[in-house]
Design a protein around this ligand. Sequence first.
Ligand SMILES: NC(=O)c1ccc[n+]([C@@H]2O[C@H](COP(=O)([O-])OP(=O)(O)OC[C@H]3O[C@@H](n4cnc5c(N)ncnc54)[C@H](O)[C@@H]3O)[C@@H](O)[C@H]2O)c1
Length: 261
Amino acid sequence: MSSPAVSSNGAMRHVLITGAAQGIGAGVARYLASRGYRIAAADLNEASCQATVNGLPGSGHSAWRMDVAQEPSVDTTFAAIEAEHGPVDAIVCAAGILILHEGERRLIADTELDEWELTHAVNTRGTFLCTRAFVRARRLRAVDHGRIVTFSSCAAQLGGYRSSSAYISSKAAVLGYTKALARETAGMGITVNGIAPGLIDTAMLRLSMAPGQEAAAAANIPLGRLGQPDDIAAAIAFLISPEASYITGTMTDVNGGYRMQ
Ligand SMILES: NC(=O)c1ccc[n+]([C@@H]2O[C@H](COP(=O)([O-])OP(=O)(O)OC[C@H]3O[C@@H](n4cnc5c(N)ncnc54)[C@H](O)[C@@H]3O)[C@@H](O)[C@H]2O)c1
């Protein structure tokens, strides 16, 4: 049986992952690399991103500094990745921020405009800029089984308990954008699907949780534990595989049953 990581021309499929310096993005990079994909890992934090890449099994991986909120950074870096390592077959937009103040969210009445704008710049504009660069490149040079994975959050679906209104709003925008993008790129053979993580054990979650609160948080999750980056990575591995070619415009809940529709 052929590997989902191998293109029809025999090349290893190339996946660009943003936010790959730590947390879910780094976990997705490790999971996909261990299944044969070539990884382009991008993040604001270049040193940690390089450390992620240094730890990946296989060859042909690369690390990049990219600020997903800045148009020149995204466009220049995307072009450099393709010039050096060939076309990107799939893009996973995991970069994101949640701004808290000593572990607490600001209520709407106390939220400064800067916080609102920065949150949307990274989470929403960043998703737009990165996926736009991918779609523009694939319009010029198609790939087999082009794939886009965006990141929303169960906070956007629920209204959030720990997250700020800016975060919830920015991730709700990704819900709609994912569908719009899926419609626009369907004719190119590209599928677009989002992930809505629940409580995943990363630095972002730990910021909002005092030490020792894990058991209480897990008690509210039907499957009885916090999620791990590999739980997200496994869903993404399926969504970017050729076998998932009839799935587009969806939001996949990876939340241990925390939110059921
Ligand atoms: N952890 C959770 O419980 C959870 C829940 C729902 C959604 N999410 C989403 O999953 C994604 C990954 O989250 P995580 O938990 O791994 O968070 P994390 O904070 O551990 O990692 C986020 C990464 O994004 C990078 N980043 C931030 N701003 C950037 C920018 N402007 N340009 C490039 N990179 C930037 C950071 O440097 C970091 O490496 C995010 O989009 C987050 O909103 C996480």
